[in-house]
Design a binder for this molecule. Structure first.
Ligand SMILES: [Zn+2]
Length: 258
């Protein structure tokens, strides 16, 4: 944001970033406020007199501020805040670009986000690729739960690797759909499985599209089933899971242009 000082009545003297994009308190510390004798809630107008900067010079820091601020023009009218440049308007797009200049495209983005994906399924898959699911091994480490054993009652500790798809319950579901998608292989834990998806689910063919759609649906339904088992004491059979996942995929395919 770009601060334009005019009458000085809108900006906090010490805490707004009107001083070359920084706040005075942030740059010089709170001792400069005490040295000045100017209240903490003062506006910039308290150091402007007849259109000129009028700082007290009772410390070396204040003398420094006095000289540095002399390079900040005081315009007429009311104070203004611009976005990035004078007259610039705020947009979400610009703001995102500004706060995330270092972001790079991750290699799994196309496995998750693609044409006609199911957003809530893709979000759940994004959490899996980002290691964002609060699996029981994490909750146990944080002291939130006392039991870290898999909700599908296989006796193993629930980790991301285990849940997707080392666990015999979820592995059976994913293997079933892998086979339906035309892949002859048996799945393993998420570390290997996510690598396989990145390497293998590339391109724009119908097979790749429906495989990605299926992966996201399977991860989503397994996560929901896991939640229901742990928190709601509610269970779906393998057959019911397969039917519901199949219905979601079928619904997407029916919406395809002929
Ligand atoms: Zn398990």
């Amino acid at each position: 944001m770009l601060y334009e000082v005019a009458d000085g009545n809108s900006f906090s003297l010490w805490f707004d970033s009107w001083f070359f994009g920084e706040s005075i308190a942030g740059l010089y510390g709170h001792s400069v406020i005490q040295d000045s004798g100017i209240p903490t809630n003062a506006k910039v107008s308290s150091v402007v007199s007849a259109g000129q900067w009028d700082w007290p010079t009772t410390s070396w820091d204040l003398i420094d501020i006095y000289f540095v601020s002399s390079r900040i023009p005081i315009t007429t009218g009311s104070d203004k805040i611009h976005w990035l440049k004078k007259g610039g308007n705020f947009t979400i797009n610009e703001a995102w670009r500004t706060i995330s200049p270092q972001s790079t495209k991750v290699e799994w983005s196309k496995v998750i986000w693609f044409l006609r994906c199911t957003p809530k399924h893709s979000f759940c898959l994004w959490l899996a690729f980002s290691n964002g699911h609060r699996t029981l091994d994490k909750l146990f480490r944080w002291g939130v739960v006392r039991n870290n054993k898999c909700g599908f009652r296989c006796g193993q500790v629930e980790t991301l690797d285990h849940l997707f798809f080392e666990c015999s319950y979820t592995a059976r579901i994913w293997n079933h759909f892998l086979s339906l998608c035309g892949f002859r292989r048996s799945c393993s834990g998420w570390g290997d499985e996510s690598d396989w998806c990145i390497q293998r689910l590339k391109g724009n063919s119908f097979k790749i599209w429906i495989s990605k759609l299926t992966l996201a649906a399977v991860v989503y339904h397994c996560w929901i089933e896991r939640n229901n088992r742990i928190f709601n004491n509610s269970f779906r059979s393998f057959e019911d899971m397969v039917l519901e996942i199949g219905a979601d995929i079928d619904g997407k395919c029916r919406g395809l242009p002929m």
